[in-house]
Design a protein around this ligand. Structure first.
Ligand code: ZN
Length: 306
């Protein structure tokens, strides 16, 4: 049996928040439907932020609710604070992801709190969710873990300190995020080892951007270090409105191509995934679409993991 890797689609959140035009709620729902039809089992469908700050995410509660209709789909929402977590819970999200920036500058710009204050906010989210009837998985993403376009170099010790704080606060899972895409494979390996030494199995995911063209190489480095949970965005959409210079996420189609070619099982049908680009394009006709696999077509040598 091939080993499984979870590919979480974050285009409906990380992608749409950066798009120059708004995708209609209906088009978004059809796009998510196409992703599910391709076999995607975990999608970050929206973000419970102030619609004044990120107007593209204003319909997140509606999108979470409609996404719950897909059997077996793990519905994830980004929440920057307790209020967002309460709204995500009310909408029915299965998992919340809290961004905790290691960089002081990005943290202030993104959530208007210092990194330490944001760790405390994550603690409040965990405490509140603990008292609710329904279990919601709490994940924290250590943003700008591999460098920051505002603060520059981020030392590994700072990432480890934030990860330790999050583990103490009781998060279920920690992900390392290359928010601006400045990381390299050697750094990814070293960072995973340092953080894993501190928090063990709580470190589960990688969230990578392709600013310097090293996104897939960084994913491979993570894979070699035992990471089995990756974020990616269809057609490489994405970026951060509060991190200047950040470009798109790693391309879901290219990541699935690499993983399946290497013998890992993603459960995703690559042809159907490429077809889902049409629905993305219908919803956002002006948005540039990236990705080598879609451009080249699936090669005749491609065989999915059995
Ligand atoms: Zn991102």
């Amino acid at each position: 049996m091939a080993e499984s890797v979870t590919v979480r689609e974050v285009g409906p959140r990380d992608g749409l928040q950066m798009a120059k035009t708004m995708m209609s709620t209906g088009a978004n729902q059809r796009w998510i439907g196409a992703l599910v039809a391709a076999g995607v089992r975990e999608i970050e469908v929206g973000s419970f932020v102030s619609p004044k700050k990120v107007p593209q995410m204003a319909d997140s509660a509606v999108i979470v609710r409609s996404s719950l209709a897909f059997p077996g789909l793990h519905v994830v929402a980004l929440v920057p604070n307790l209020r967002g977590a309460q709204d995500a819970y009310a909408a029915g999200a299965h998992r919340v992801s809290i961004p905790v920036s290691v960089s002081e500058g990005h943290s202030r710009s993104n959530v208007n709190r210092s990194p330490t204050e944001q760790v405390a906010e994550a603690g409040q989210v965990i405490e509140w969710l603990r008292d609710q009837e329904r279990k919601v998985i709490v994940e924290a993403g250590c943003a700008t873990a591999f460098g920051c376009s505002i603060d520059g170099i981020i030392p590994a010790s700072a990432v480890v300190a934030i990860a330790e704080g999050l583990a103490e606060a009781g998060v279920d899972a920690i992900a390392l995020a290359d928010t601006v895409g400045y990381g390299n494979p050697a750094q990814v390996k070293a960072m995973i080892r340092a953080v894993r030494d501190a928090v063990g199995d709580k470190l589960q995911g990688l969230h990578l951007h392709d600013t310097m063209g090293l996104g897939i190489a960084n994913a491979y480095a993570g894979l070699e270090e035992g990471i089995r949970h990756f974020d990616a965005a269809l057609a490489g959409l994405g970026g951060c409105p509060f991190a200047p210079g950040a470009s798109g996420n790693i391309v879901t189609e290219d990541l699935v191509f690499m993983l399946e070619s290497m013998g890992f099982k993603t459960g995703i049908d690559l042809g159907c995934l490429i077809a889902a680009r049409d629905l993305l394009h219908e919803g956002l006709p002006a948005e540039p679409m990236h990705g080598q696999t879609a451009k080249a077509g699936i090669p005749r040598t491609y065989a999915i993991a059995a």
